[in-house]
Design a protein around this ligand. Structure first.
Ligand code: GTP
Ligand code: MG
Length: 144
């Protein structure tokens, strides 16, 4: 199983996704600091949104095998820069969250933006309905 670090804006669904991937009950908890749960490193959205914290994400990522850029397609702001994956020393995959409430057009745009940021591959999931979670889990279980 790959160790992953989740990076994304405030409220994009990182913690809920970590709970889902770890088979935990879903319960809302604002992330205040870096938190390790089994194979996942959960991060506060502020670390991406406030540029002065970005270095902490990059430094912490050396503990992981892969970065997951997490994007909520229902939010109208996108914080990933084109090519941002290249600032991390490990490969980057993308996860689009909240597929249960996002429109097709929002998901398509989100996928394009994640690919532009350098995420490959990109998964579309809902932590609420479980859509896309088996595909993401299978990808993360493969250590190659
Ligand atoms: N509809 C829907 N809502 C979701 C989903 N995943 C998360 N949410 C909701 O989105 C909100 C934020 O979720 P979190 O997982 O706490 O977001 P986060 O990225 O960890 O946020 P920070 O800790 O602030 O960085 C909560 O109200 C969740 O219930 C999903 O798959 N579908
Ligand atoms: Mg959180």
């Amino acid at each position: 199983m790959k160790n992953v670090i989740l990076v994304g804006t405030v409220a994009c669904g990182k913690t809920t996704l970590c709970q889902c991937l770890n088979g935990m009950e879903l319960s809302y908890k604002k992330t205040q600091a870096l938190e390790v749960i089994h194979h996942t490193i959960d991060t506060p959205g502020e670390y991406l949104e406030h540029r002065s914290f970005l270095r902490a994400l990059i430094t912490t990522s050396v503990e992981a095998d892969m970065v997951l850029f997490v994007l909520d397609p229902t939010q109208d702001r996108f914080m990933f820069s084109p090519g941002q994956s290249s600032s991390f020393p490990i490969p980057t995959a993308g996860v689009i969250t909240k597929a249960d409430v996002a429109t097709e057009a929002q998901i398509k745009l989100g996928k394009e933006l994640l690919e532009l940021a350098g995420a490959d591959p990109v998964f579309t999931v809902s932590s609420f309905t479980g859509e896309g979670i088996p595909e993401l889990t299978a990808f993360l279980q493969d250590d190659n």
